[in-house]
Design a protein around this ligand. Sequence first.
Ligand code: FAD
Length: 398
Amino acid sequence: MGTRTRTDMAASSQPHQDTYDAIVIGAGIQGSFTAYHLAQRHRDTLLLEQFLLPHSRGSSHGQSRITRSAYPRLPYARMMPDSFRLWKRLEDEAGTSLYRRTGLVVLGPAGDPELEGCRQSLGDNHVLGALELAQHFPGLRLHDGEVALWDSTGGVLFADRALRAVQDAFRRHGGTLQDGERVLHIEPGAVLTITTTAGVYRAPRLIITAGAWTGALLAPLGLRLPLQPLRIDVCYWKEKEPGSTSRAGPCFMAMGLSQAPHGIYGLPALEYPGLVKVCYHHGSPTDPDERDRVPPGTPNPDVTLLSSFISSYLPGLEPWPAVMETCLYTNTPDGDFILDQHPKHSNIIIGAGFSGHGFKLAPVVGKLLCELSLGEEPSHSTAPFAITRFPGVLRAAL
Ligand SMILES: Cc1cc2nc3c(=O)[nH]c(=O)nc-3n(C[C@H](O)[C@H](O)[C@H](O)COP(=O)(O)OP(=O)(O)OC[C@H]3O[C@@H](n4cnc5c(N)ncnc54)[C@H](O)[C@@H]3O)c2cc1C
């Protein structure tokens, strides 16, 4: 048990062969929280990551993610109180702040089903009048027939800091985190054998939380999940008048707009002074190992769409991005997570398809994956996240 670094591994030159109670593949936010819960419950756990940490090639990097209580779908709304509680526990354990409460405005056409779902998840008295909206978010323009909701619990999670905090806590609970080590092969069995670029490991349970690479790891195990990696443009927009959009402004989500069918979200200036993060909740299909391979001159309709939204709704911002970065979503066809066991190998647990909204829920996702791997009744129903909702996939696996 303990921490083993790449330097130690290089010095030994011998491949490692070790046995653990549990192995987790992928040290993004979901795998790190899963490993943390396992270690906290005194399971000798190995967390494997293909890249040297920290890295920016997956889905969990960057400084900020939105958290909120407003959710269009009930299963997530029900998990959010637990998630807020577990984030707070990690903050206390780590002795650092991981969340800034800013409030969140949800806007869209009156009667839009997703917006209505959000309203229901918040209860009554959350529709903002024009005056209240102007108080909460002076820079935002609503259009005829649109309404805005207020989620006072909404805010920003400090993503990179959170990832480091949960990995440190995992280690403090006795877990072993090995980065720069790619899993090459999984041999199923009552005791699984995992072969990596540096060693061979055994454990009676395996949790796969490999983000956009999950499909590649599962295909040799006979499972073809409908997971689509998407390249996301992370855009930051400059204030026309410096200081006009305060750092303490709210987050927002726009849903049900015909010109932006997948939704748009934004966060106050945090990463870069005077630059507000506004992104489209969708992107272009990509191979996670080649996401930067965009031929020069390729048109980018998502940025065009965002520019038009900025001009119309946030006229205090310059309508072209000042900074652009990239990130990955891994989407399922229905946008819901996959949290389940492999249909044929019940000691392989899969957490995937977080479809661009998994960060805020990672403490609960990690807890559920830990419980599934220990054969326990999960503390929230995992029925909405079952693999059986993709029937063809199940047939292929059996
Ligand atoms: C731009 C952007 C904005 C977002 N905004 C929000 C938001 O506001 N709120 C919210 O809740 N969520 C948000 N999300 C979604 C959230 O960040 C993701 O759902 C979450 O980070 C997914 O984490 P993960 O652990 O599944 O994936 P990852 O972070 O990609 O982790 C998977 C890890 O597995 C490793 N791996 C893969 N294959 C192997 C292998 N063979 N061997 C070893 N390691 C391997 C990878 O290197 C990677 O580190 C956003 C995502 C993006 C991209």
